[in-house]
Design a protein around this ligand. Sequence first.
Ligand code: FBP
Length: 408
Amino acid sequence: MQSHTVITSNLHNPNPNPNPNPNPNLNLNLIPNFSPKFPPNALRFRREFFTRRRSTSMTSSFKINSKMDNNRDAFPTITQFAGKEGADVGDDLVVLYGHLEYAFKRIAALVASPVNSSLGKSSGGAEDVGSGRDKPKPLDIVSNEIILSCLRHSGKVAVMASEEDDAPVWITDDGPFVVVTDPLDGSRNIDASIPTGTIFGIYNRLIELDGLPVEEKALLNSLQSGGRLIAAGYVLYSSATILCTSFGSSAHAFTLDHSTGDFVLTHPNIKIPPRGQIYSVNDARYFDWPEGLRRYIDTIRQGKGKFPKKYSARYICSLVADFHRTLMYGGVAMNPRDHLRLVYEANPLSFLAEQAGGKGSDGKHRILSIQPVKLHQRLPLFLGSPDDIDELESYGDVQQTVNPGYDV
Ligand SMILES: O=P(O)(O)OC[C@H]1O[C@](O)(COP(=O)(O)O)[C@@H](O)[C@@H]1O
């Protein structure tokens, strides 16, 4: 197995810490400025990988969007894609992805299960069908347990920080990786079988912190800025189960083939359109928005923006689904209030957006340059096509600061 190494240069993080530390109790100096160890060959990866594929029996590997055939080799699995014959992301990461995939398949089965449907999938429905020890757990809690258990079995993870847990869970001292996750986003919609998703990000463990008490090193490892992510992804549980991920060089989507249980490459080198014609936001909040955001939305839906076409609205209210559509079709997906989490949601999805040529912003700053100061820190989030995000930011005043407790 490959040993854990750290690269101390700053290649991927040109602007690592532009924000002052608003939490004086947190010593950010303990988190050194360095970029991920992977990929040392990031710039070479795509060209080399595809060249190699063209010269082997997998000639048709990257035409699968347009042409499905019966040749299994035409659909590399993630292990084939990331392993030695492919991108060669390192044995440790390949092993970790194997365990993550297992977790995702179990969650996919869980959200689709008729058993859950009859029990009531969320905590709300579940309360009616049991009590005490027999009471079914909400699916986001079960999903959290599934991911934690898979990470434990991988032996590759030092610490997991989850949206479902108050504090990060220290797993093993010599695990090379740190995993942050929202195990089941959009679960508020699950009783109506609306798509849900898992979001995850992977960092290297900061070996400089190894000597600190467990609680402290668990927290500081989990508070790395998104610019230090070495890989990230999401899984969309919908009509198809799709794992979209990046190892730091482009973004790729793999679709779960239920006949074999494999995630196979279906969307290599995803490129978000430079501009879309869709905006995605909960616009029932319109009257709580600042003037700049109202003007922006009013302008683009009348076709009076920089792109002279009328925009359409699409809002599923399930972040992974809204983001996946945005990645495919372009446009902007947003939640302008302090609701989504920097560590578990904004950073991994911004990483993917950037890898696909898009942008992730809080309305003023690049998300990946924001230093998290709290594990469950929330912020406004705008993800999407680069030209749309630039235009939105040009309105200046787009962050919703009035944030009453909405019931639904
Ligand atoms: O209520 P809003 O502002 O429309 O927020 C909806 C967003 O909240 C989420 O449901 C996540 O919220 P939770 O983490 O509280 O489940 C996203 O999936 C969705 O995009």
